[in-house]
Design a protein around this ligand. Sequence first.
Ligand SMILES: *[C@@H]1O[C@H](CO)[C@@H](O)[C@H](O)[C@H]1NC(C)=O
Ligand SMILES: *[C@@H]1O[C@H](CO)[C@@H](O)[C@H](O)[C@H]1NC(C)=O
Length: 337
Amino acid sequence: MVYAATVWLILLASLHYALGSSTPGCGMAPPSSGTKTIGSNRQYILQVPANYNASRPYKLIFGFHWLGGNMNNVAPSYFGLRDLAQEGAIFVAPNGLDNGWANTGDRDTTLVNQILAEIKNGLCVDDTQIFATGFSYGAGMSYSLACSNPGDFRAVSVIAGAQLSGCTGGETRIAYLGIHGVVDSVLPISTGRGLRDRYLRVNDCQAKDAPEPPEGSDSNYTKTEYSCTAGYPVWWMAHGGDHVPGPSSGKNWMAEHTWDFWTRGIYVGISDPTPTVTSSTGTSTGTTPTTTSQQPQPTASCAVHWGQCGGQGWNGYSCCQSPFVCTVLNTWHYQCL
Ligand SMILES: *[C@@H]1O[C@H](CO)[C@@H](O)[C@H](O)[C@H]1NC(C)=O
Ligand SMILES: *[C@@H]1O[C@H](CO)[C@@H](O)[C@H](O)[C@H]1NC(C)=O
């Protein structure tokens, strides 16, 4: 019986592997959520989605804390992203040594590689949807991973960052979102522009004016979407405020735009390799977003604005809360827009 179950699991795992981008942890009993330890002194918080389905490849999202903070400042909200993921993503909050990300001798990159290996072996992850974000020192660590691990991470969102954790490599394309306050008193906006400019160059983006708002509110922001190599967009969002991980009042536009970038922005201009796949919520028609007609559904059981509402392998909501409309972005992702 044990033998049969093992063979079955191996077959299941290899089937998923053969199908594409899912990891060896697909089909396995998942680890529980909570604090995990690696070696003698490294830790991270793991958040496994509610109703976790071991056959479904999930997004994996890393959130890095600021200087003086720790992993408990990132979990459980993960910079506002967890609400938007609606239990459709695995979240990780690594803990820095000395409450920061000095990455001396690549020790923090090594930690991330160890966490990636543990999670891919234990959980079902979509290898093509691994993301990182962080604020301040944690933004520096996210930037460092963009430089060193562009093959692992699909995109990063760097909130009020600077080059603080190094940049080994940094010549390979990765989708990049930078967010910075025009009167940041800790890491001036010029440092954030500098990080952005690396990826404008590496991703072959077209030059474009990037207006920034006047000093004032961190709810007032401008957004510039650069035209870059397909699949490797750069977005720049400047706000009127200081050094903040999120807006001090009002809706969390930083989280919303990060989510939009990771679920829609990175696919703009990419042609769909499997244009004829259908699902219960509509037919994908390639690169042009199309609107699917949805039966009216009770609002409480529908996805929120920016939420996912369909796509290959998706078993979550198939409708959107009013007034948002379920829109086919590509085979894998339909979104409430
Ligand atoms: C918001 O930014 C715009 C320019 O992007 C500016 O014209 C406007 O005055 C700003 N509003 C506030 C309240 O700061
Ligand atoms: C789990 O995910 C797989 C693959 O997406 C799907 O076929 C299956 O119906 C899901 N199971 C449940 C209980 O939702």
